[in-house]
Ligand binder design. Structure first.
Ligand code: AMP
Length: 128
């Protein structure tokens, strides 16, 4: 179910549970500020989620509230994960969903990294 990206942070969201170790994940990367893991329902041959460890609902919440160190660590991690997974040369796509129109399902900021084959057009037609 799509969520409101402007609401309060919900400590019971699935990524909060992953960060607390209550739900397992297939970890790709972890540092002081960032965790990355494989999506449980991949939409491409490579589908990795990158999340900040802090409690941020959306990209707007993150960029407004997070420290410069958290923001730098997050985007550095996105780039370094793409590089370490060997995605730079064949190519990859980075995407974040915010709010109901974008079908954000988990109210904890996450960036999707898609790769592993031709990814097709950037967006589905409206209504899909
Ligand atoms: P979004 O629609 O942008 O909020 O994407 C949420 C993503 O989280 C979806 O691609 C789900 O497949 C993924 N997801 C949900 N639960 C888990 C989980 N326990 N482990 C890994 N990925 C998950």
């Amino acid at each position: 179910m799509a969520v409101n990206a402007t609401g309060r942070y919900d400590d019971q969201n699935v990524f909060a549970k992953i960060l607390r170790g209550e739900i397992p994940c297939r970890k790709v990367h972890e540092d002081a500020h960032v965790l990355a893991f494989h999506d449980v329902n991949p939409q491409a041959p490579v589908h990795v989620l990158v999340i900040p460890k802090g409690k941020y609902v959306s990209l707007a919440d993150f960029t407004a509230q997070a420290s410069d160190a958290e923001i730098a660590a997050f985007w550095r991690a996105v780039g370094s994960i793409a590089k370490s997974l060997g995605l730079e040369e064949p190519g990859y796509r980075v995407l974040t969903n915010a709010g109901p129109d974008a079908h954000q399902e988990v109210p904890h900021l996450h960036v999707h990294i898609f790769a592993g084959g031709k990814l097709g057009p950037m967006l589905a037609r409206p209504g899909n």
